[in-house]
Design a protein around this ligand. Structure first.
Ligand code: E4P
Length: 218
């Protein structure tokens, strides 16, 4: 399972990257806002730090404008994946940018029908948003499962990038279903290390060790 980090916070990316846990990064306009940084500057810094794909999102609504913005974003670094929304114009931009040799991440996917169109349009990644479906009382994991089944039925090469991940369980379920990639906020990735039985066991070991009165080493 490939791990992308869903943030534009360079310090958080660096910490995970030093552990070898970062296969790529995803950003979006809201995450750029949160970073308080200039999009070109922060995206370049992330691309220099991380070897894998770094998604940077267009903001135009018309295909021609998306293509123009996408090409500008791609000039930042070789590992840019151009993120376009799953609209009809976004699919047109996806086809053009993909034919031009760029990696394209089609984002804001909320149905299997949309995911089929993205694959047909040559997307490198399709980003189904799990958490936002859960927010409206649908099951985001059902969507990941449906897309996996359909893509496997027809051998589509577009990678399923499970997005809008809000919990450790979303990551486990994405792995069980066979999503190619997950993208999660740094806090959710770090939360994967936690378990109450680990904490309990460690407290017991520390208490028993204190009773021995010993030290390791001289
Ligand atoms: C994915 O590429 C998006 O940036 C992200 O996963 C959206 O997550 P959210 O629904 O928590 O904002």
């Amino acid at each position: 399972m490939k791990f992308f980090v869903d943030t534009a916070d360079v310090d958080a990316i660096r910490e995970l990257n030093e552990l070898g846990m970062v296969d790529g990064v995803t950003t979006n306009p809201s995450l750029i806002l949160k970073s308080g940084r200039d999009i070109t500057e922060v995206t370049r810094e992330i691309c220099e730090m991380v070897d894998g794909p770094v998604s940077a999102e267009v903001v135009a609504e018309k295909a021609d404008d998306m293509i123009r913005e996408g090409k500008l974003l791609a000039e930042i670094a070789e590992n840019i994946a151009i993120k376009v929304p799953l609209t009809w114009d976004g699919l047109k931009a996806c086809r053009a940018l993909s034919d031009d040799g760029h990696m394209v991440n089609v984002t804001l996917c909320f149905s299997a029908a949309q995911a089929i169109l993205a694959a047909k349009a040559g997307a490198t990644f399709i980003s189904p948003f799990i958490g936002r479906l859960d927010d409206i009382h649908l099951d985001g994991m059902d969507l990941i499962e449906d897309i996996r089944t359909i893509y496997d039925n027809y051998g589509y090469e577009t990678q399923i990038l499970a997005a809008s991940i809000r919990s450790v369980n979303h990551i486990i379920e994405s792995g069980r279903i066979g999503a190619d990639v997950i993208t999660a906020p740094p806090a959710v990735i770090k939360a994967m290390a936690g378990h109450p039985l680990t904490d309990k066991g460690l407290a017991q070991f520390n208490a028993d060790w204190a009773k021995t009165g010993q030290k390791i080493g001289k």
